[in-house]
Design a protein around this ligand. Structure first.
Ligand code: GLU
Length: 463
């Protein structure tokens, strides 16, 4: 049985798009193999918790359509799926390792550890715990018992080396002398990430761990833990982090990184998933546009690429436009109305329906609609060009348009073509003036059709 997971820590406002890219691979791999995809909340770093972060994250996974088979929300056979509710389990396992001689108690005070690290760094050595407590373990245990001292449990890194096969990165070898005796259980009773992740992945029967490359340096420690517990290893795949188009690490400073930001802009979840599927993987037929079902069919972890994928919001918008144009006008109308309703803007349905055909080819996301079409609903309050010295011409245009009895785009067009010919002025400027007086903007949806929708009375008023 294939079981995969995503294990976010609620230390940000929302789910990072890079985490969705990783979750997508985990989701697809589980679904492809008729397995389960699990969401586990890793909230053991209490100092970095963001209030409301977990709720928001779980909500985003739902919105994007990566539904978990097991999670804190839906429960499951290995509940609880929130690490802060599993403290007893971690404690029991950490103590089990002490009994096995694979871990030990440590009572060193933070200032001793800091000093030790400073000395090591000054000597250009790898900062590592000097095992003072391990060497005096019996005495330390007695001290803890007698005086109820706070303690941590540390992993005893064995001698030798760790070798493992990463699906994306190939064979990895690490000499254990580079590894520190990692704290497994903190003095507040919480596990560190390393203990929590290994215990839970084992108990939750996770078979494949697909996660960001930032966790690769932790993996040898995890493997030592699996070996200490005598547990089978899962398959590891460490995927490359997303980059900005300038190849720098994707970060809040350059581009928005929160998934719901994109969804809130009117990027469709299908389009975002499709785009993220291409981060570190390509369709075997080179296709750019494909559904989640198709992705699940053709995705294989052995095809994950090592090169750093570029997350380009411009490309994402383009792709979203492709998705948008697949919908009939009636659906786009509905999507636009709903999108703005959520922002407490109620647009008149009839006008939205009429305007969609004019702008369907131009908009890439739902939030592009109003900036282009606002003038249909209200008179512009900003004019990109000052028309105050064009009063005479505006009057002539108005008089000419007044004569039209059947207010249709082609009649409006004919009438204006006739006028511009008679006046003998440049057509470009002439139509720009009309466009500005209608929409306030130099660029707008097709003019005649827009004027038909605006209606005769309104057009004359705006002129
Ligand atoms: N809690 C870690 C995170 O925030 C999970 C890392 C892992 O997948 O092992 O991403």
């Amino acid at each position: 049985m294939t079981r995969t997971r995503i294990a976010p820590s609620p230390t940000g406002q929302d789910v990072h798009v890079g985490s969705i890219a990783a979750a997508l691979m985990n989701f697809a791999w589980a679904k492809k193999n008729n397995g389960q995809f699990i969401i586990r909340i890793e909230d053991t770093d209490r100092t970095r918790l963001v209030k409301g972060g977990e709720e928001k994250m779980l909500d985003t996974f739902d919105r994007i359509g990566l539904k978990a088979d097991e999670s804190p929300k839906v429960g499951g056979p290995y509940a609880p799926y929130r690490q802060s509710e599993r403290l007893e389990i971690y404690k029991k396992h950490a103590e089990e390792l002490v009994v096995k001689g694979k871990a030990y108690y440590c009572i060193c005070a933070p200032d001793r550890l800091t000093k030790m690290r400073e000395v090591q760094q000054a000597k250009k050595q790898i900062p590592k715990y000097d095992r003072q407590c391990f060497l005096n373990q019996e005495e330390i245990v007695k001290k803890i018992m007698d005086n109820k001292l706070p303690y941590v449990i540390r992993l005893l890194i064995p001698e030798g080396k760790i070798e493992f096969e990463d699906v994306v990165r190939g064979k990895i070898t690490i000499d254990n002398s580079n590894l520190d005796d990692q704290v497994l259980l903190k003095s507040d009773g919480f596990p560190t990430y390393h203990l929590g992740v290994v215990v839970d992945d084992h108990l939750m029967k996770i078979t494949h761990i697909i996660r960001g490359e930032e966790w690769l340096p932790s993996t040898p420690k995890h493997i030592i833990l699996y070996q200490a517990f005598e547990w089978d290893l899962p398959v590891f795949a460490h995927i490359s982090l997303l980059r900005n188009p300038d190849k720098s690490k994707l970060s809040k400073r350059k581009n928005p990184v929160w998934t719901s930001w994109y969804l809130d802009q009117g990027i469709f979840s299908e389009a975002l998933l499709n785009y993220l599927a291409l981060m570190g993987w390509s369709h075997p037929e080179g296709k750019e546009i494909f559904s989640l079902d198709e992705y699940i069919k053709v995705f294989d972890i052995k095809d994950i690429q090592k090169t750093a994928p570029v997350f380009d919001p411009v490309k994402l918008e383009w792709m979203n436009g492709v998705y948008l144009r697949k919908y009939p006008v009636s659906s786009i109308k509905y999507l636009v109305l709903e999108f703005y309703k959520k922002q407490k803007i109620n647009l008149p349905e009839e006008i939205v329906e009429k305007t969609i055909p004019l702008i369907k080819e131009r908009i890439k996301k739902l939030s592009d609609y109003l900036p282009l079409c606002e003038f249909f609903f209200k008179k512009p309050n900003i004019y990109e060009v000052d028309l105050s010295n064009k009063k005479e011409l505006l009057k002539q245009i108005k008089d000419e348009l007044e004569k039209i009895s059947d207010w249709k785009a082609n009649n409006i067009g004919e009438s204006m073509q006739g006028l511009v010919k008679n006046l003998g002025i440049k057509a470009g400027e002439f139509f720009m003036i009309i466009r500005i007086s209608m929409s306030g903007k130099k660029i707008s949806p097709p003019l005649n059709e827009s004027m038909e929708i605006l209606g005769k009375e309104e057009c004359l008023k705006r002129l």
